[in-house]
Design a protein around this ligand. Structure first.
Ligand SMILES: *[C@@H]1O[C@H](CO)[C@@H](O)[C@H](O)[C@H]1NC(C)=O
Ligand SMILES: *[C@@H]1O[C@H](CO)[C@@H](O)[C@H](O)[C@H]1NC(C)=O
Ligand SMILES: *[C@@H]1O[C@H](CO)[C@@H](O)[C@H](O)[C@H]1NC(C)=O
Ligand SMILES: *[C@@H]1O[C@H](CO)[C@@H](O)[C@H](O)[C@H]1NC(C)=O
Ligand SMILES: *[C@@H]1O[C@H](CO)[C@@H](O)[C@H](O)[C@H]1NC(C)=O
Ligand SMILES: *[C@@H]1O[C@H](CO)[C@@H](O)[C@H](O)[C@H]1NC(C)=O
Ligand SMILES: *[C@@H]1O[C@H](CO)[C@@H](O)[C@H](O)[C@H]1NC(C)=O
Ligand SMILES: *[C@@H]1O[C@H](CO)[C@@H](O)[C@H](O)[C@H]1NC(C)=O
Ligand SMILES: *[C@@H]1O[C@H](CO)[C@@H](O)[C@H](O)[C@H]1NC(C)=O
Length: 506
């Protein structure tokens, strides 16, 4: 009988013993790996683009932002032309608030008619994370020794604008002063006006707003703002993407589903029975147990109740933190953004975000040579998530599910909410609660159930669940942590293709 403990011994005698038949040879292993890699590359969804078109900008001011794709430090291939730098958020010549952007035109297969806007969350986290580790044309992801081409870059779909916002984030300069999400949206629109004045050739494009995490706040408010101020921008907003988004109350997206989540991934958490029993009793006492089974019905039976006395967890009901603390005892590398990580913690050129900062090398965007190459201010020290409070007195806006999200969906051609199933910082089941409690296009929630295994990634098979009703498509992506374009890039690419109308089905 095969026994794991004997593996090293058996492997060492494999060359002479007949038991080696049980172990794949190196060549066989490599063949399997190559087959898997070919599968992920097969049946790539395509944009409608046809051949290379070199985008050029006639305004002479554009040239000061030009980045030569052969000069990006440590990147040993030509990334192609791009433009980056600081642009003020208003036409006031004395404007001190400037946002840092990096714009990439479409690659050979991308469409010239569209413009994707991407923002990370935080608040205060830089969109250069998305660029370098999620959906940009080159990537330097966790554990990678050097940058590589990103085959699933969204530049294969169209052009993309990464923006570090609000003021106080990344390289952006000026004194942070936003009080709520409408201020943030106005700031971004102000930036866009100045940007489009220089990069005039981008005017009139179809716009797609995309972002992750706290951008669940930014993106719907920005979409709503643009729909409500139709003459502010010469762009046609068609739709939006939010992934692993903040859309509702924390107690809903973190606490209610947390113990169910632990049970679903019991083997990953590896908690002892005593602690599991403790979690169950707290969940019971706090009205988390059975919440989903009782209230997340299709259609919903009415508005969904809070489990306790307020929109926060009640005293003694913070299971999320208890789970995080206990997870770190069993697995010191436990990553709230992707629960499958184990020791050792992977090296990260951006220093974050695993659960913990990694500081043993210079942070890529904080290097003088990198700043110089991309026209970033030399005297701003860059951190992936800013220590500066970008909302000096907090964000006064309510979660968008209770305010602007319905309008943003109603006015969009398509809209997608995406959630990685291996994300613990925000839990997919909580996003289901948010959706079932929200009214858009005249009805509350989804009326027919979300079918298991309904999200089929071309060439790979079922990779989770998806459901569409009344202009909203919801996706749950198997094995993906918080950063869906990073951890499940092919799935993310397909979802974006759907959002942009390059494919008919989710
Ligand atoms: C695009 O520009 C590059 C560099 O200037 C040039 O080599 C290439 O031929 C151009 N391609 C097209 C299709 O114009
Ligand atoms: C800009 O600041 C200067 C010096 O403070 C001032 O004289 C000028 O009026 C300001 N311009 C505008 C448009 O506010
Ligand atoms: C993206 O473009 C590159 C370069 O043309 C290509 O190798 C890759 O297959 C494309 N990926 C997708 C997902 O279309
Ligand atoms: C908007 O952009 C289109 C396409 O570039 C252009 O033809 C049009 O003049 C612009 N409209 C305004 C009001 O600037
Ligand atoms: C459901 O929506 C209502 C009204 O919009 C809100 O008061 C309530 O807190 C929400 N419930 C949950 C669980 O988010
Ligand atoms: C749980 O729900 C019950 C019945 O609605 C309520 O009386 C109780 O206060 C709730 N428990 C907590 C911890 O909020
Ligand atoms: C069980 O897990 C809890 C929570 O992590 C911990 O406090 C306790 O010491 C563990 N018990 C044993 C026997 O390991
Ligand atoms: C950084 O440099 C810019 C341009 O040289 C200057 O205007 C700005 O005041 C400097 N900022 C800080 C914080 O030193
Ligand atoms: C769908 O999958 C979940 C596990 O992710 C399971 O608990 C549930 O029973 C399944 N539903 C159906 C209808 O099979």
């Amino acid at each position: 009988m095969f026994h794991k403990a004997l593996l090293p011994l058996l492997a060492s005698v494999a060359a002479i013993a007949s038991v080696d038949a049980r172990f794949p040879s190196k060549a066989e292993l490599h063949a399997k790996q190559a087959e898997a890699a070919a599968r992920i590359r097969a049946n790539m969804p395509r944009a409608t683009g046809s051949g290379v078109k070199n985008i050029t900008f006639s305004d002479p001011r554009a040239s000061q932002f030009y980045v030569d794709g052969t000069t990006i430090p440590d990147v040993d291939f030509d990334v192609g032309p791009s433009w980056s730098g600081l642009i003020p958020i208003s036409s006031d010549p004395n404007e001190t608030r400037k946002l840092f952007f990096w714009f990439f035109p479409p690659g050979p297969q991308g469409s010239l008619d569209d413009l994707i806007f991407w923002t990370n969350g935080g608040p205060g986290c830089s969109s250069l994370e998305g660029l370098l580790q999620e959906n940009g044309p080159f990537q330097w992801s966790l554990g990678q020794a050097r940058p590589t081409q990103n085959e699933f870059s969204w530049t294969n779909l169209s052009s993309i604008l990464f923006l570090e916002q609000p003021v106080g984030t990344g390289f952006s300069v000026g004194k942070p002063n936003v009080k709520n999400e409408n201020d943030v949206a106005a700031q971004i629109v102000g930036f866009f006006q100045q940007f489009l004045d220089i990069f005039k050739e981008l005017q009139g494009k179809n716009l797609y707003l995309t972002g992750e995490s706290y951008a669940g706040m930014y993106v719907p408010y920005l979409a709503n703002y643009i729909y409500e101020h139709p003459t502010d921008l010469n762009l046609t907003l068609n739709g939006f993407w939010v992934s692993d988004p903040v859309l509702g109350w924390d107690v809903v997206q973190e606490q209610i589903p947390a113990v169910d989540f632990v049970h679903k991934y019991e083997g990953v958490f590896s908690f002892n029975q005593t602690f599991l029993a403790h979690l169950d009793s707290v969940a019971e006492k706090c009205n988390y147990t059975g919440y989903v089974a009782k209230h997340v019905t299709f259609p919903p039976k009415g508005l969904l109740p809070l489990p306790g006395k307020s929109t926060e967890f009640d005293h003694g009901c913070d299971v999320w933190d208890a789970i995080f603390d206990a997870a770190l005892l069993v697995n010191p590398a436990f990553n709230i953004y992707r629960i499958f990580d184990t020791w050792p913690i992977l090296w990260d050129v951006l220093g974050f975000p695993g659960s913990f900062p990694q500081q043993q090398s210079p942070i890529y965007f904080d290097r003088a040579d990198v700043k110089k190459a991309i026209h970033a201010p030399a005297n701003v020290s860059w951190a992936e998530c800013s220590d500066v409070d970008v909302f000096p007195r907090g964000d006064a806006s309510l979660p968008p599910a209770f305010t602007v999200l319905p309008n943003a969906i109603e006015k969009s051609k398509r809209s997608v909410i995406v959630h990685g199933l291996a994300d613990f910082i925000l839990i997919a089941e909580g996003t289901r609660i948010v959706i079932q409690n929200m009214t858009w296009n005249g009805k509350q929630g989804f009326h027919t159930p979300i079918k298991n295994d309904s999200f089929v990634v071309e060439g790979m098979g079922a990779m989770g669940n998806t459901h569409t009703e009344r202009g909203l498509t919801y996706y749950e992506v198997s094995l993906s942590g918080h950063m869906v374009p990073q951890f499940s890039p092919k799935a993310a690419f397909q979802i974006m293709s759907y959002l942009m109308g390059f494919r008919d089905t989710p």
